[in-house]
Design a protein around this ligand. Structure first.
Ligand code: ZN
Length: 420
C-alpha cells in the first residue's frame, strides 16, 4: 500500500478540480437526443483526455431506430462516441467506460447546477454520469503518474446514447470485450457506496396490429378492429407471465398503447409497447421463446389481422460469475485499504455492463460517485465521493499493474482473436 500513497494523495489534492469539472460538464445539456450539446461535451472531454497521450478517436454511430405512433420506423441521429486507447499491446488491458448523455432533454427545466451545501451539488447528470466521467479521468491520470502505468494498457469509451439503451454504441462493447481483460464502468454507486454485484436483463418490444378500417355504422363487418385484437393480445401477454409459461424471474409490463381515431371508424392500427425483465440468461431464453410463440399463435388465428413485432433483449442479464466475483472481491479489498467498507447488492436496473458481460468481459459497473435521486430534477452528487471513488479505481488499477492483484491475462472463453 505504501508505494501507492503519494499517488492517492495527489488525487485528494485534485478534489477542487474534480468539483469544478463536474459542475462545468453538468451545466452543458447533453440529453441523449441533443446532438449539439453532446458535441460540446465531446469537445470538452477530448480536451480533458488529450494530455494523457492516448490515441483519440471520435466514432460516428448509426441512427437510432424507433417506431412512431403510426407504426413507422423513424431514424434519429445520435451523437459521437469518444474512444481513447493507450498501450494497446500491454500484457494486461483494462476497459473503462461511462456515458456522456443524460435523461434531461434540451428543453428540460433542469439545466444548471446548484450547491445545496458544502458537500452536495444538485444538477442534471451530476451523479449519472458526469461525476463518473470525472472519477474515471482522475483514476487514469493517477495511474499514468505512477511507475506501474507501463505494465497496463487501457481503453476508454465515452458513449452518447446509454440512456436510450445504447442503440448505436452496443457493438462497440462487443469489440472492447475482445480486446480487454476486465471492465470498469462508472455508473453511480448504490446508497452508501455499495457496488452492484449482478443485474437482471431487460427487453423492449413493440407489437403493431394492422386491421382493416370500415364505417362503424354502415359496414362494420367489413372491418377488422385492430384495437380489439390488441386488447385480447394484451390479456394473453399478461397471462404469459401469470400462468408460468415464463419462469418466476420474468415480469412483463405493457407500458404504452396507441391507435384508433374517430369512433365511427373501425380502427385499422394499434400499437402496444411492452418491457420484459428477466433475472437470468435462462429466463431470457424462456421469455423470448414464450413471446415468439405468443406472436406466432396470434398471427395464425387472427383472420384479416396482420401483426408486426419489433424489439428484443437489448440488455442481457449480468450474472455474478466467478470472474466478476473476483473483481468485486479485489475492489472491496482496495476499498478496505482506503478505509471504506463497501457492500454489494443486486440491482433491478440495467447498464452497459450488461452488454459487456454478455460479450464475455467480467466487469464492475457502479464505480462512480455517491449521490441520489438520479433521473429526477432532484439529482445530486456528494462531492467528497469524487476523490474517494477515483482513489478506489486508481488503487485497483495500480495493484493490477504492479502484479499485486493477479489477473488472468487471457480473454474469456468464447472469444477468438489474437490474444494470449
Ligand atoms: Zn447512467
Amino acid at each position: 500500500m505504501a508505494g501507492y500513497t503519494p499517488i492517492l494523495d495527489w488525487i485528494d489534492s485534485q478534489a477542487p478540480r474534480m468539483r469544478r469539472l463536474v459542475r462545468e460538464w453538468s451545466d452543458v445539456n447533453s440529453g441523449s437526443h441533443n446532438v449539439a450539446g453532446l458535441a460540446t461535451m465531446l469537445h470538452r472531454l477530448r480536451s480533458a483526455w488529450e494530455p494523457l497521450g492516448g490515441d483519440i478517436t471520435e466514432l460516428s454511430l448509426p441512427d437510432e431506430e424507433t417506431i412512431d405512433s403510426v407504426g413507422k420506423i423513424v431514424n434519429t441521429p445520435l451523437g459521437k462516441a469518444l474512444q481513447i486507447r493507450k498501450r494497446p499491446d500491454a500484457p494486461l488491458r483494462a476497459f473503462l467506460c461511462i456515458h456522456m448523455d443524460t435523461v434531461y432533454p434540451a428543453d428540460s427545466a433542469f439545466q444548471r447546477c446548484e450547491l445545496l451545501d458544502d458537500n452536495t451539488l444538485r444538477g442534471p447528470g451530476v451523479a449519472d454520469a458526469k461525476g463518473g466521467l470525472a472519477v474515471m479521468l482522475l483514476a487514469v491520470e493517477a495511474l499514468e503518474r505512477s511507475p506501474w502505468a507501463r505494465s497496463i494498457g487501457w481503453e476508454v469509451l465515452i458513449n452518447p446514447d446509454e440512456e436510450l439503451g445504447s442503440p448505436g454504441s452496443a457493438p462497440l462493447f462487443d469489440e472492447a470485450a475482445r480486446r480487454n481483460h476486465l471492465g470498469l464502468l462508472f455508473e453511480p454507486a448504490m446508497g452508501e457506496g455499495d457496488l452492484v454485484s449482478e443485474r437482471g436483463g431487460s427487453g423492449s418490444f413493440e407489437l403493431i396490429v394492422h386491421g382493416r378500417s370500415a364505417h362503424a355504422g354502415r359496414d362494420p363487418k367489413a372491418g377488422r378492429n385492430a384495437i380489439n385484437a390488441m386488447a385480447e393480445m394484451i390479456g394473453e401477454l399478461n397471462l404469459l407471465e401469470l400462468n408460468g409459461t415464463t419462469p418466476d424471474g420474468v415480469t412483463i409490463n405493457v407500458g404504452k398503447v396507441e391507435g384508433g381515431g374517430p369512433v365511427n371508424v373501425v380502427p385499422d392500427l394499434a400499437i402496444c409497447r411492452f418491457n420484459v425483465r428477466v433475472k437470468t440468461p435462462q429466463d431470457q431464453s424462456a421469455a423470448g421463446e414464450g413471446i415468439l410463440n405468443f406472436f406466432r399463435n396470434n398471427e395464425r388465428k387472427r383472420d384479416g389481422i396482420r401483426l408486426e413485432m419489433h424489439g428484443g433483449f437489448h440488455r442481457p442479464p449480468k450474472p455474478l460469475d466467478p470472474q466478476t466475483a473476483r473483481l468485486l472481491d479485489h475492489t472491496v479489498a482496495c476499498g478496505k485499504e482506503l478505509g471504506l467498507s463497501l457492500g454489494h447488492r443486486r440491482s433491478g436496473g440495467v447498464s452497459d455492463g450488461n452488454q459487456l458481460a454478455a460479450a464475455g468481459l467480467p466487469n464492475l459497473d457502479s464505480l462512480g460517485p455517491r449521490g441520489g435521486k438520479i433521473h429526477s430534477p432532484e439529482e445530486y452528487v456528494l462531492l467528497d465521493s469524487l476523490p474517494e471513488r477515483a482513489k478506489l479505481t486508481a488503487l485497483l488499477l495500480m495493484e493490477l499493474a504492479s502484479g499485486e492483484i493477479k489477473w488472468p491475462k487471457s480473454i474469456h472463453e468464447g472469444h477468438e482473436g489474437g490474444l494470449e
